[in-house]
Structures are given as C-alpha cells and as structure tokens.
Design a protein around this ligand. Structure first.
Ligand code: THU
Length: 134
C-alpha cells in the first residue's frame, strides 16, 4: 500500500466515524477495510438501547465488504475519537482474522492521521483462523 493509499484508507475511517450511531457511549468509531482489488469498505459503530446488541465499526465494515462481494482484507484502518488510540477490540480482531492474513496492517487513526500501526498478528498472536479448520 502506497503512502497515498494509506492516507486514503485512514481518511475513509475518519469520515465514516462521523456517521456512527453511538448515543449511549458517545464514543464514535469508524472502520475502513481495503480489499484485494483496492476497494475500500466502510462501517461505523451502531449502538442499541439493549447495550449488549451494540455493533462495532469493524463488524459493520466487514458486513459491507462481504455484501459488496469481496472476501479478502488487505489493510484495516480504525478511527476512534480524536486523540484516542482505538485499537480493535478482541472480538473484532477475530472478525478481521476471518478475512485477513496475520501480516495484514492495522492502522489506528484519528483526524490528524495514523496514530499507531500494527500487524494483525501483533494484535492477535497465535490466532485461530479458517486454515486451522483445514
Ligand atoms: N467500538 C468499536 O466500534 N470498535 C472497537 O473495536 C472498540 C469499540 C465501539 C463499540 C461501542 O459502540 C463503543 O465503541 C464503546 O465501546
């Protein structure tokens, strides 16, 4: 991914963050996924009065990606509130793993740009993935 492509992915995460439905936590999150064709799929968190039904931004983005016909994630950007290094939650690390290789970059962003860079393997070591099932 070129620096321009990385910046575009980060900007997509920040932009969709603004659409988050987070009236309970007030913690808006956006996620952008780059697929193997270079397309970007976006999602934001969607909360619910029944708190356990809240959906993370990454889960929304994965649903959008799958519904668009893509099946491989080649890079991820997540944007939480400005100044917050919002790495994906544990459950979302596993959700991403379903469609991404361990070396896939995960960028944590805010409106100032990229705050942190990890591989998926750093966030989810010794992971259980589709290959494990054989
Ligand atoms: N959230 C995400 O959207 N992604 C994460 O990886 C961490 C948490 C959301 C869920 C909830 O709507 C709010 O942030 C506070 O936890």
């Amino acid at each position: 991914m070129s620096p321009a492509e990385e910046a575009a992915l980060a900007a997509a995460a920040v932009k969709v963050r603004g659409l988050a439905y987070a009236p309970y936590s007030k913690f808006q999150v956006g996620a952008a996924l780059r697929d193997e064709d270079g397309r970007i799929h976006r999602g934001c968190n969607v909360e619910n009065a029944s708190y356990s039904q809240c959906q993370c931004a990454e889960a929304t983005a994965i649903g959008a990606m799958v519904a668009a016909g893509a099946r491989r994630i080649t890079a991820v950007a997540v944007a939480g509130p400005d100044g917050v290094t919002c790495t994906p939650c544990g459950g979302c690390r596993q959700r991403i793993r379903e469609f991404a290789a361990p070396e896939t970059p995960v960028l944590v962003c805010d409106s100032s740009g990229v705050l942190a860079r990890h591989s998926l393997a750093e966030l989810l070591p010794a992971s259980f993935g589709p290959e494990t099932l054989g």
